[in-house]
Design a protein around this ligand. Structure first.
Ligand code: NDP
Ligand code: GDP
Length: 345
């Protein structure tokens, strides 16, 4: 039986990846940091009814000795480093913690592997935010990096140190440069989930208005369930290399909101411009979206569009869920959860 250690097990991707690996017969060790909530209760694992199949180990990416003990004790064949301060917006408020976890945390893990488990394979969760203010569209494995946030800068260190340990010491470590991927399990502060949750509550009379920032930013959004399969393919490829996973389409926040509203029975129109812009449900005449500059970023990434043709041709990776299907899946899930009064994550 193959064993895999997943850091960030309590997050969106941790849950989807654990489900996938359990289905493929792996022993799954879920690395979670201690919280005041019982460690064995992880709502996203409970959602898939796999919380009793994942072995939880106490894990903190800031604590070298803790990482060393876990890597030495379990010596897993595969390690997926998904743990991170993953919210770009928070990284300007907590740049030092973000850098410690997202950059130096990767180095700590690599040092533990190099010293105590050199045969382990490591997948590092790199991100399209490393392309940031990209001058070339679409972005692929050769596109120059231009991170625009402390999050992006820290992740770029994690990316390069992973490549460096592969080249310096022959560690079997690779990065997946993943574009935004979403699901009903996405954190509530990310714009997609904020929209599907907020509009669901508005339709049900539980919230008055949804406040958003820059409506014109564009992202390449895919479905998390498809992307964790890509992680597995990247880590298990014969040739150790870094790959881009992306949908190959880009859409604005405005388009995402229009489609989500449509799924929830609204007909969204817009009025005004910039910080005075509002979104109106044409069916009721009610203002449902308002721009609030507090959600603007100090430095924005205006457009991301990925080219994953290398992952498709070399790894056979395909995405199954299209943009419209993703929006509908998230809107339906949030509507049902809000209606039953049970939003669990
Ligand atoms: P989430 O925010 O849902 O999950 C992040 C996980 O990291 C949580 O389990 C969190 O634990 C854990 N974590 C945070 N800090 C620490 C720490 N100091 N020690 C141990 N664990 C910690 O992110 P996603 O699942 O969406 O993303 C997974 C990874 O992929 C992240 O590294 C992210 O940056 C990266 N990524 C994500 C993309 C996306 O679109 N989703 C795109 C590209 C890259 P807790 O629950 O306790 O907070
Ligand atoms: P990111 O791509 O990892 O930063 O994912 P987010 O979902 O946090 O943000 C995607 C884009 O949505 C960024 O360009 C944000 O500026 C934009 N955006 C607009 N309004 C909001 C909002 O209210 N919250 C968030 N999180 N992002 C917003």
């Amino acid at each position: 039986m193959k064993s895999a250690l997943i850091t960030g097990i309590s997050g969106q991707d941790g849950a989807y990846l654990a489900k996938l690996l359990l289905g493929r017969g792996y022993r799954v060790l879920g690395a979670a940091r201690r919280t005041s909530i019982q460690a064995s209760f992880i709502p996203r694992l409970r959602h898939f009814s796999i919380d009793d199949q994942v072995e939880i180990v106490d894990f903190e990416l800031s604590e070298l000795a803790n990482i060393v003990r876990i890597v030495q004790k379990y010596q897993p064949q595969e390690i997926y480093n998904l743990a991170a301060q993953s919210f770009v917006g928070a990284s300007w408020e907590q740049p030092i913690t973000t850098s410690d976890v997202n950059a130096i945390g990767v180095l700590r893990l690599l040092e533990a592997i190099r010293t105590f488990s050199p045969e382990s394979r490591l997948y590092q969760a790199s991100t399209s935010e490393m392309f940031g203010y990209a001058s070339v569209h679409p972005q692929n494995e050769s596109t120059p990096f231009y991170p625009r946030s402390p999050y992006g800068v820290a992740k770029l260190y994690g990316h390069w140190i992973t490549k460096n340990y592969r080249e310096s010491f022959g560690i079997k470590c690779v990065s997946g440069i993943l574009f935004n991927h979403e699901s009903p399990l996405r954190g509530q502060e990310f714009v997609t989930r904020k929209i599907t949750l907020g509009l669901s509550r508005i339709v049900l009379g539980q919230q008055d208005v949804l406040e958003l920032g820059n409506l014109d930013a564009k992202r390449d959004w895919g479905f998390a369930g498809d992307y964790v399969d890509g992680m597995w393919r990247i880590l298990n490829a014969v040739k150790l290399d870094d790959y881009v996973l992306a949908s190959g389409e880009t859409h604005s926040i405005r388009e995402f909101a229009e489609l989500a509203a449509n799924c929830l029975g609204m007909d969204l129109g817009w009025s005004g411009s910039e910080s005075k812009e509002i979104g109106i449900d044409r069916k009721t005449g009610k203002t449902v979206i308002r721009v609030n500059p507090k959600f603007y970023r100090p430095a924005e990434v205006p457009l991301l569009l990925g080219d994953s043709s290398r992952a498709q041709s070399e790894l056979g990776w395909r995405r199954e869920v299209e943009f419209a299907g993703l929006v509908e899946m998230m809107a339906r899930s949030d509507y049902d959860a809000c209606k039953s009064g049970c939003v669990r994550f």
